[in-house]
Design a protein around this ligand. Structure first.
Ligand code: AR6
Length: 178
């Protein structure tokens, strides 16, 4: 049902969120990296990497394609599950917005499969993948608003004050469909 999901914002570290599912801004290898991915694997411990290795050996032998999402245990994190998704690398020449929107849609689809009521998202692709924050915030918020889901709360966890302010402004002006 569209309009079911409440969008909230916090400034902080996604690895500290007590939610049913935390979304990881991963890369296709699923084997870890920097940014949010590094923080989740560091804090969550080796159980997450083990689960990712199993996924690579079974369902995703060529890696997880950009725009898709898959769940694992959350290891030692104060969450039940981690949903790994791969954002697109920003390109000024090619419009990859739909792939970024797909990360949010697919993560919410997986969250529904997990029966997650609360989900924390980072600002996917806005770090190492260089997506401009305001545009990324628009895509994130409009996609969550437009995606039917049983999730009750989507919490965007913004690492710094600047990102938080951008999301706050975009959320204040976003129109909800339906
Ligand atoms: N909690 C919340 N947000 C964070 C945290 C944190 N602990 N750490 C960073 N951010 P990024 P991407 C913010 O680079 O751009 C990895 O190497 C950060 O300030 O984590 O999708 C993967 O393995 C930024 O706004 O993800 C991939 O190779 C946002 O989270 C690649 O980076 C996303 O930054 C993915 O790049």
């Amino acid at each position: 049902m569209t309009g079911h999901t409440r969008v909230t914002l916090v400034q902080g570290d996604i690895t500290e969120q007590q939610v049913d599912a935390v979304v990881n801004a991963a890369n296709s290898s699923l084997l870890g990296g920097g940014g949010v991915d590094g923080a989740i694997h560091r804090r969550g411990g080796p159980e997450i990497l083990d689960a990712c290795r199993h996924l690579r050996a079974s369902l995703y032998r060529k890696g997880l394609p950009p725009g898709q999402a898959v769940a694992t245990t959350a290891g030692n994190l104060p969450a039940r599950s981690v949903i790994h998704t791969v954002g697109p690398v920003y390109s000024a020449k090619e419009d990859r917005s739909d792939l970024l929107a797909s990360c949010y849609r697919e993560s919410l689809r997986v969250a529904d499969e997990l029966e997650a009521a609360t989900v924390a998202f980072p600002a996917i692709s806005t770090g190492i993948y260089r997506w401009p924050m305001t545009d990324a915030a628009h895509i994130a918020i409009t996609t969550v608003h437009a995606t039917p889901s049983q999730v009750q709360e989507v919490r965007f966890v913004l690492f710094d004050a600047e990102a938080y302010t951008v999301f706050e402004q975009v959320l204040a002006t976003a129109e909800r469909p339906g």
